[in-house]
Design a protein around this ligand. Structure first.
Ligand SMILES: C[S@@+](CC[C@H](N)C(=O)[O-])C[C@H]1O[C@@H](n2cnc3c(N)ncnc32)[C@H](O)[C@@H]1O
Length: 239
């Protein structure tokens, strides 16, 4: 017997219709009752998958693929949302400027969660030029080679340096000093636990209880350090 194929009917919700049932004598024919049940089952499956992809669209943010040669490891959606919520609470509706140093995922979530927040992404990877004037090319090896209008302009600075070395942290710290505004300011650093002593020594930061997670499993434990006491947020402050 020839293999049977169901034709797709573009006018049907799920692509099946009675006319798709083969009519030759040897072929098994579905009763109209069975066909109705099958159609109902397929329609229900389709509505579930549509709902799933809608939910994905509102909760997840599309990112470019990771380039591990550039030490790119993107935050999990939950981590990106948690840090973005913290940054937005620091802005507290006031017209505060936020600088994201080498953390494009955070930039993308912030932009999605509050399109009105004033953001600058400093990044080495030029694929992020897609963010237009919000993007500034940045190489930590030249920590102050930045446009002068960025100088001392940011109330909130978040940094996630590409490497876990003292040299990299010192240079990123120079960039942070360049960017941060005088007076009240908030600094968040996401990096490996191994940088804990240096983060305290170089930048006066302390770890929070919250553990950043990534979409890929990393060998290093990551921490979030801050220059302020977040209270009950971010799992509290370890001082
Ligand atoms: C550890 S990842 C942090 C990304 C963050 N977890 C996220 O999801 O947005 C380090 C970042 O540093 C960037 N990077 C690589 N080389 C760099 C360089 N020479 N100067 C500045 N940033 C660099 C990478 O492109 C990457 O976005």
């Amino acid at each position: 017997m020839e293999e049977q194929q169901l034709e797709l009917n573009p006018n049907s919700v799920n692509g099946l219709s009675e006319s798709t049932v083969p009519l030759d004598d040897d072929a098994p024919v579905l009763s109209s009752y069975a066909l109705a049940a099958l159609n109902e089952f397929l329609a229900e499956q389709q509505s579930h998958s549509a709902a799933d992809s809608d939910a994905g669209e509102t909760e997840e943010v599309a990112l470019v693929s990771e380039d591990w040669r550039l030490s790119q490891f993107w935050y999990s959606a939950e981590t990106a949302r948690t840090v973005a919520e913290e940054v937005l609470s620091l802005c507290d509706g006031v017209d505060s400027r936020v600088a994201c140093i080498a953390c494009p995922t955070l930039y993308a979530y912030l932009k999605k969660m509050d399109p009105n927040v004033s953001l600058q992404l400093l990044e080495y990877d030029k694929r992020f030029e897609q963010y237009g004037t919000d993007y500034t090319f940045y190489d930590y090896n030249h920590p102050e080679e930045l446009p002068s209008e960025l100088k001392h302009s940011y109330k909130v600075v978040v940094a996630d340096p590409p490497y876990l070395s003292k040299e990299c942290l010192e240079k990123v710290a120079e960039t942070i000093s360049f960017l941060i505004q005088p007076g009240e300011s908030f600094l968040l650093l996401l990096t490996g636990e191994v940088q804990k002593e240096r983060a305290a020594e170089i930048l006066g930061l302390h770890p929070c209880g919250f553990r950043p997670q990534h979409t890929s499993k990393l060998g290093n434990e990551f921490r979030l350090f801050s220059n302020y006491d977040p209270g009950m947020r971010l799992g509290g402050w370890e001082k």
